[in-house]
Design a protein around this ligand. Structure first.
Ligand SMILES: Cc1ncc(COP(=O)(O)O)c(C=O)c1O
Length: 713
């Protein structure tokens, strides 16, 4: 249509256009030339025109060379990288297809060649414009352009006209594309191998592997406290499942917004002492949806993102289309220098984490809040690896930093004024790690939450979490709010593991948090060490390689829980020592000799843990478990959880029975009836037979009934 209206402007100057009907012109512009598929029939005809022919040739050469010269620009590299393309000397077909620049260059070159072929007399053999203009710069460009310059000369075209077989362009090779992409991963050691690990609720931290009979200890799960099998969490989930069924049945907007979801959101808002919170299917989604919505809505927004931020934040910022400035990890000077480059009135968001999960460092939250205030920015804090684990109520590092004030404030919904948690504008967290279930959330001001609720596609257009999951997550949050023993014992066990490894000169990336990153420094070795630990010691620790950590900083990320026993800790330390020796993995002294790596071997080992001795003591006398000992279950916290669900699920232990209890009661009653009836019949038979006797005469005979009856399922 557009093409036609621009052509009609030339009707007066071109005799051909002037005398051709509009309908014919439409057909000519919309049908491609059978001989030169990249050209329309009209363009093919125009190549024969003494005026249009040379003009077309000139213009197409300009376009093709435009791509060639553009290829030299740095922007092209940016385009490639944004599409995930890192071309080497020999780009593959798949790379060319993925690269917008190379694909456009290929199309332009092909068109140029076909124009030349269409206007060249059979005797002439013109040089291919694609070959002429294909230049260095874009590493794909030459390959893309020349790959398409194989347009048959006109004599072949003439011959093809006589034999009506036209070579169809070959279809895209999807399989070779997949293979090439996977090869890249294998080459740079970033290909991921997943272990089949089935964590057993009744045997935490033990799991079975692909074979149900083979048991291993799990030392890398993010079920940081073992809440995934906490009895009151399971009890609440069972009760909610029986009452509300398996799934939510819809999005929050359509039938999927239940009392369980709303109660969980209120609980999370109160955990962070914020006016409101919003639940998502995971924190990956929470981060992505929140950052992308906020950044696309705030006019001219600029993100300031810590260099070590999680992929979910990077993705959210990218999806927002807003500008992004990366500051060096935890580097306040760098952040300030970058903030200062923007006018105060420009909307800005500083996105960062509290606990960085791969190195165990902790973000300088208070100082970042100071900078945010100074430069007019909002703060977005990801507390994914901290909720449940830090603070007197488990609200995270922001709460932990004002430990006493928050402990004193107890269950008050009011913010603790000017506390660090109060100063952070937006906090995200997960329900899938220390809280042992699944889901993610963001907490903040009422209007901010309402805006995300109203605009974020990642919140709106997806089925909400099952009510039983929301119930289990809430039970977990409430339990941890009222029981600090698990997180305190976790810190004690972490300290033990770190000091035992230090005594063996085994390198641990130093940090004040619960993360224990054992440095290996080589992708192949890290995988071998992980395989050896699993295969020879029954210890599962996943190796962490690029791109999750930098090349050369590969590690085993050990997570120690309050449920690992003293004997299991001993086994882990000894196994690591053996594997390090057998594989010749560098110890701290080796890294020191090499000048250090990932802060190991540079004298930074003595880091003060963020949980102080006094804070650990507030949880009472916590003690590492021994093999065979039961984990502590806080009865008071269990009662608080049960109380919180009374309205929706009824009272546990009262006359009101759960569905499961009702089923068991019915079965017991049935067996009891059969027992009584049978016994009565037997007794009746034993009585002397009288004429006209009926069974009712045995009434009153006492048959002892056992108080417990075994009922099979
Ligand atoms: C820092 C950080 N943020 C967000 C997430 C995503 O959380 P979820 O597992 O709930 O999607 C993760 C997950 O590992 C994470 O490490």
């Amino acid at each position: 249509m557009e093409k036609l209206s621009s052509l009609s402007r030339f009707k007066n100057s071109c005799p051909f256009l002037g005398r051709t009907k509009t309908s014919t012109l439409r057909t000519l512009t919309t049908s491609s030339s059978p001989r030169f598929p990249s050209l329309s029939q009209l363009t093919e005809r125009a190549t024969g025109c003494p005026i249009m022919g040379p003009a077309l040739a000139l213009r197409s050469n300009q376009i093709a060379s435009g791509y060639a010269s553009l290829a030299g620009q740095a922007d092209v590299q940016k385009i490639h990288h944004s599409k995930g393309i890192y071309p080497g000397a020999n780009p593959t077909e798949a790379d060319i297809a993925k690269c917008p620049h190379a694909s456009a260059a290929r199309a332009a070159a092909r068109m140029a060649d076909e124009l030349t072929a269409a206007s060249t007399k059979p005797a002439e053999k013109a040089a291919s414009p694609a070959e002429t203009v294909a230049a260095a710069g874009c590493p794909f460009h030459k390959a893309a352009a020349t790959a398409e310059s194989k347009v048959p000369p006109k004599e072949t075209v003439q011959a093809a006209k006589e034999t009506p077989v036209i070579d169809a362009p070959s279809a895209f090779s999807y399989d070779s594309f997949y293979t090439a992409e996977l090869d890249k991963k294998r080459k740079d050691h970033s290909y991921r191998y997943f272990n089949n690990i089935n964590r057993l609720a009744a045997k935490f931290p033990v799991a079975h592997t692909a074979s149900v009979k083979e048991h291993v200890q799990v030392w890398c799960a993010n079920d940081y406290l073992g809440m995934g099998n906490n009895p009151v969490v399971l009890e609440t989930m069972h009760r909610a499942l029986d009452k509300y069924g398996a799934g939510a049945g819809g999005t929050r907007n359509i039938a999927g917004n239940s009392a369980m979801h709303l109660a969980l959101e209120r609980e999370l808002a109160s955990l962070h002492r914020k006016p409101a919170a919003l639940l998502f299917s995971s924190c990956y989604v929470a981060n992505d949806a929140t950052l992308s919505t906020l950044g696309s809505k705030l006019p001219g927004c600029v993100y300031f993102s810590d260099a070590s931020n999680h992929a979910s934040m990077i993705q959210g910022i990218r999806h927002s289309g807003a500008k992004k400035v990366i500051f060096k990890h935890n580097d306040l000077e760098d952040l300030e220098a970058k903030l200062a480059m923007w006018p105060r009135e420009t909307p800005k968001i500083i996105a960062f984490e509290s606990v960085y999960s791969m190195c165990g460092s902790i973000g300088p939250i208070a100082e970042i809040c100071d900078l945010a205030k100074k430069y007019g920015a909002l703060t977005f804090l990801d507390e994914v690896h901290a909720v449940g684990l830090y603070g007197p109520r488990g609200a995270g590092v922001a709460e932990h930093l004002d430990f006493e004030a928050h402990k004193k404030a107890g269950e008050s919904l009011e913010p603790v004024k000017e506390s660090i948690m109060d100063r952070v504008d937006m906090i995200t967290g997960t329900l899938g790690k220390a809280y042992g279930t699944v889901g993610g959330y963001v907490a903040g001001s009422a209007d901010f939450i309402d805006m995300i609720r109203s605009y974020a596609p990642g919140f709106i257009f997806t089925t909400s979490l099952p009510p039983s999951t929301a119930a289990g997550a809430r039970a977990s949050v409430i339990y941890q709010k009222h029981h600090a023993g698990d997180r305190a014992l976790k810190q004690v066990n972490v300290r033990t593991v770190k000091s035992r490894l230090a005594a063996l000169d085994i390198p641990v990336v130093p940090g004040p948090s619960h993360i224990v990153p054992v440095l290996v420094g080589d992708a192949g070795l890290a995988k071998k060490a992980s395989d050896k630990l699993l295969g020879e010691h029954g210890i599962y620790v996943q190796s962490i390689n690029f791109p999750t950590v930098a090349v050369g900083e590969e590690r085993l990320r050990v997570t120690v829980t309050p449920r690992h026993t003293a004997e299991q800790i001993d086994g882990l330390v000894k196994a690591l020592d053996k594997v390090f020796s057998e594989l010749g993995i560098n110890r701290v002294r080796d890294w020191a000799a090499l000048g250090g790596r990932a802060s190991v071997g540079v004298g930074l080992e003595d880091v003060t843990p963020i949980w102080t001795d006094e804070q650990i003591a507030t949880a009472g006398n916590v003690k590492t478990l021994r093999d065979g000992e039961q984990a502590v279950i806080d009865e008071k916290a269990v009662e608080v959880v049960r109380g919180a669900f009374e309205e929706l699920l009824g009272r546990v232990g009262s006359g009101e029975l759960t569905m499961e209890e009702k089923k068991v009661k019915l079965r017991v009653e049935k067996v009891e009836r059969a027992l009584l009836e049978g016994a009565m019949n037997l007794a009746a038979e034993a009585l002397p037979k009288r004429k006209g006797y009926v069974g009712a005469a045995v009434e009153g005979i006492k048959v002892p009934v056992a108080s417990t009856v075994t009922v099979s399922a």
